[in-house]
Ligand binder design. Sequence first.
Ligand SMILES: *[C@@H]1O[C@H](CO)[C@@H](O)[C@H](O)[C@H]1NC(C)=O
Ligand SMILES: *[C@@H]1O[C@H](CO)[C@@H](O)[C@H](O)[C@H]1NC(C)=O
Ligand SMILES: *[C@@H]1O[C@H](CO)[C@@H](O)[C@H](O)[C@H]1NC(C)=O
Ligand SMILES: *[C@@H]1O[C@H](CO)[C@@H](O)[C@H](O)[C@H]1NC(C)=O
Length: 248
Amino acid sequence: MCWAWTVATAACLVGSQPAGHALADLEELDLAETCESCLAKGGGWCTTEQRCVEDDVAYCEAESLIGLAGFTDDCGSDEEGQKPHVRPWIDKGVLVSYIHENGTCCGTGIVHRAYHVLEEYTVLLQDGSKEEVKTERWNKRKPAKKKDENSEYHNIEFRYFKPQELTVLSGLRPGDLVQAHFAVKTKDAGEELVKSRRTEPAVVVNTTRTHVAVNFTSDHIVSILPRDFLVDLTNDTLAPGRARHTEL
Ligand SMILES: *[C@@H]1O[C@H](CO)[C@@H](O)[C@H](O)[C@H]1NC(C)=O
Ligand SMILES: *[C@@H]1O[C@H](CO)[C@@H](O)[C@H](O)[C@H]1NC(C)=O
Ligand SMILES: *[C@@H]1O[C@H](CO)[C@@H](O)[C@H](O)[C@H]1NC(C)=O
Ligand SMILES: *[C@@H]1O[C@H](CO)[C@@H](O)[C@H](O)[C@H]1NC(C)=O
């Protein structure tokens, strides 16, 4: 399939990322599905978040962490993990909009941390950064003195959104199997990407507000595509009775 890709626009990313990159490893940990596969990878299973994190209490409280750094490494002790898996409506990687604290509409961003038991979520402030939306109180604080900056970090007031404060614009998230158009070759390399007529199955690698990286199932070509290249059924699969929150 890759012959049809336009290299000039970098739509077809051949080859893989450098191995052993710490961040890449972490992201990979994030994608682990079950407690068992997580521990097998050397991660720790965080029961409050129902996801794989680093096996370190810095990432999950010890009493909730299954792994070498937790109180137990027995996956059977996680009752939640034994239940049939229900796909959360809001989850890490989904695109949401939210009303600003000052009442103006609206911010959009990708859900970064999802605490399913607590029903609290953090949202990335912008694409290409791990910075999360913080409270207005925090944004308006007096800046810390230089020497206090490190200790101040631990006091950051993230805005923890409740489900009713978030409107899901797209429920696509890493690991989803989707149908995606691919970019076809054009004579003029400067042109914008041209959408293929047909779609092919692909697995979502990651999401930003505007783009989704997918891994095409047929040839494992990884491509970063505009969102409209993907068949996104979020609004069609809206559960009955589940209104989108900000729509009046
Ligand atoms: C409201 O808050 C948002 C986010 O902090 C900011 O971008 C916007 O300018 C504010 N609007 C008003 C009217 O204060
Ligand atoms: C779903 O509907 C909302 C509101 O009309 C819209 O903003 C959003 O882009 C839609 N999502 C998709 C994936 O089409
Ligand atoms: C998403 O994945 C692609 C391909 O692996 C990578 O190049 C890109 O940096 C990733 N983007 C984010 C926001 O993680
Ligand atoms: C794409 O999928 C293949 C097969 O599952 C996998 O080996 C490869 O690591 C994936 N690439 C990325 C960047 O996720």
